[in-house]
Design a protein around this ligand. Structure first.
Ligand code: SF4
Length: 127
């Protein structure tokens, strides 16, 4: 038996396909927009041609790197939870070289640039 689809069945199928495609595309587009417009600690855009260090990078994770120093897990990195630790961020670390107000290079991470307001457990006071 050859069943012919009615107009409403075809349009329902098309709608479901479109909805599934949108569900896949919207998060990807959102991620790309975020990556392109990522702001550093000072609210500055990431310098052209640079890539942000991912907090999920294995070395970054091991050293507790966070783009936002106030969000460091102090149970894992108690040094950051001290009064001295509260003042630590990439911008006042000896390993940091500013590229603009919000981003800079870190001697520890060649994989990407770090935020001025970030922190990791390799923090060393600037001389
Ligand atoms: S070493 Fe210093 S500049 Fe590099 S991520 Fe850690 S705190 Fe930031």
């Amino acid at each position: 038996m050859n069943k012919t689809k009615t107009g409403s069945e075809v349009s329902r199928r098309d709608f479901l396909k479109s909805a599934a495609l949108a569900a896949a595309v919207v998060p990807a587009a959102s991620f790309l927009m975020q990556a392109c417009t990522k702001k550093g600690g000072g609210g500055a855009d990431i310098p052209e041609g640079q890539k942000a260090l991912s907090e999920k990078d294995p070395v970054a994770t091991a050293l507790g790197y966070s783009e936002d120093a106030s969000k460091v897990d102090v149970t894992k990195f108690p040094r950051k939870g001290t009064a001295e630790g509260a003042k630590m961020s990439c911008m006042n670390c000896a390993q940091y070289t500013a590229l603009n107000e919000g981003w800079g290079k870190c001697n520890i991470f060649a994989q990407g640039v770090v935020t001025a307001g970030g922190w990791c457990n390799s923090w060393v006071a600037k001389a």
